[in-house]
Design a protein around this ligand. Structure first.
Ligand SMILES: NC(=O)c1ccc[n+]([C@@H]2O[C@H](COP(=O)([O-])OP(=O)(O)OC[C@H]3O[C@@H](n4cnc5c(N)ncnc54)[C@H](O)[C@@H]3O)[C@@H](O)[C@H]2O)c1
Length: 341
């Protein structure tokens, strides 16, 4: 089979640390184009890895006609670029949050269907080994029903991550639309839906900008979720964990507790009410400092090669986004919002 010709749109940090190196490692892929309006960023990869550099993604789509694209740009561009790529016949892997409104997410799903291409959303939390292990344990039934949970993701913020540092689009609300909630909160809404095999039915939230300067992007959020199953819990997203970075989840269940990502060595710990303690060393959760394979790129490529449904569909990305959008609605209205009936 000939190689899948992939173009990367947006040559910032997530392209640098995850998409580009993981495509390079994938034997089924040939990187054919890189796009960034700051053309030196695209040229850097074209020079190093081959392929062409473009400042304009539409020009790239028309000239290169790639088989697939990765959309690694600021949030407000995800929908437009994904839809245009689908119309050009390219499979789309879009970073999270997949879009900035529910309507946009729906239009992306529609465009992928209409053009018979795959649409996958980069929700990599699902593929982190501790999370896969936790889901496997839950499925065995040993813990019984999940009663309550907390899931949180906090780090010092994109000033320490984005290719543009403190001048990043993450801090320009018109481009980010959502700050810590779009960056980190959506990871956790996706994780909890997937891990519990459940949907969020209601959300109440406080979202605010507490410490980042000269920005209207939210830097902290605390949300309360009620799941369809009846479980209730909290979801926290923060860009101001200057110390004490956290990417952990705890599930308190009928028969005990599961701690995920709370200990650097034993990434999953199960303590049962009968006194049994089981510890699992599955491999770590990726952090900004320590980037581990996301598995997202391999799974996207696999879905193209085998013509199967991608591991995280547009519908899944849309449902996870809806929770975050409704959390903003809760903050704005001071009300509890019904996410799904
Ligand atoms: N899955 C994850 O864990 C994860 C982690 C970080 C970021 N992300 C997501 O990835 C996306 C990109 O974030 P980042 O951290 O790489 O940001 P970044 O600021 O490091 O890079 C963004 C790049 O996009 C470029 N860009 C801007 N407009 C463009 C356009 N019209 N066409 C092409 N490129 C354009 C910028 O010049 C910049 O080089 C965001 O949606 C973010 O939420 C996902």
């Amino acid at each position: 089979m000939s190689k899948i010709r992939v173009a990367v749109i947006g040559c910032g940090s997530i392209a640098k640390y995850r998409h580009i190196p993981e495509y390079v490692e994938n034997p089924n892929v040939e990187l054919v184009a890189f796009v960034d309006p700051i053309i030196e960023r695209a040229e850097h990869y074209a020079k190093e890895l081959g392929g062409k550099a473009y400042a304009d993604y539409k020009e790239m789509l028309a000239e290169v006609k790639p088989d697939a694209v990765s959309v690694c740009t600021p949030n407000y561009l995800h929908a437009e670029q994904s839809i245009e790529a689908a119309k050009a016949g390219a499979h789309v892997l879009v970073e999270k949050p997949m879009a900035v409104t529910d309507e946009e997410a729906a239009a992306m799903i529609e465009a992928a269907k209409a053009n018979n291409v795959k649409l996958m959303v980069g929700h990599n939390q699902r593929f982190m080994p501790p999370h896969e292990k936790a889901k496997e344990i839950l499925k065995t039934g040993v813990l019984g029903k999940v009663l309550t949970f907390r899931t949180s993701f906090g780090h010092p913020g994109p000033d320490a991550w984005s290719i543009d540092g403190a001048n990043s689009w993450f801090f320009r609300k018109e481009e980010a639309i959502m700050g810590a909630m779009g960056d980190l909160g959506v990871h956790k809404s996706d994780l909890i839906r997937w891990m519990l095999d459940d949907e969020v039915s209601e959300v109440a939230a406080f979202v605010g900008t507490l410490d980042k300067k000269d920005t209207e992007s939210d830097d902290n959020a605390s949300c309360i979720l009620r799941m369809k199953s009846g479980a209730i819990g909290t979801l926290v997203a923060s860009w101001t964990y200057y110390k004490g970075e956290d990417n952990s989840t705890m599930l308190w269940c009928e028969n005990g507790v599961m701690r995920i990502g709370t200990d650097p060595v034993d990434q999953v710990i199960v303590e049962l009410r009968d006194g049994t303690v089981n510890k699992y060393q599955t491999g770590e959760i990726s952090t900004n400092e320590k980037q581990l394979s996301s598995f997202v790129i391999d799974k996207f490529v696999e879905s193209i090669v085998n013509d199967t449904v991608p591991a995280v569909t547009g519908e899944e990305g849309r449902a996870s986004l809806k929770v975050i959008l409704d959390a903003f609605a809760s903050q704005e209205t001071g009300k509890v919002i019904k996410v799904t009936e």
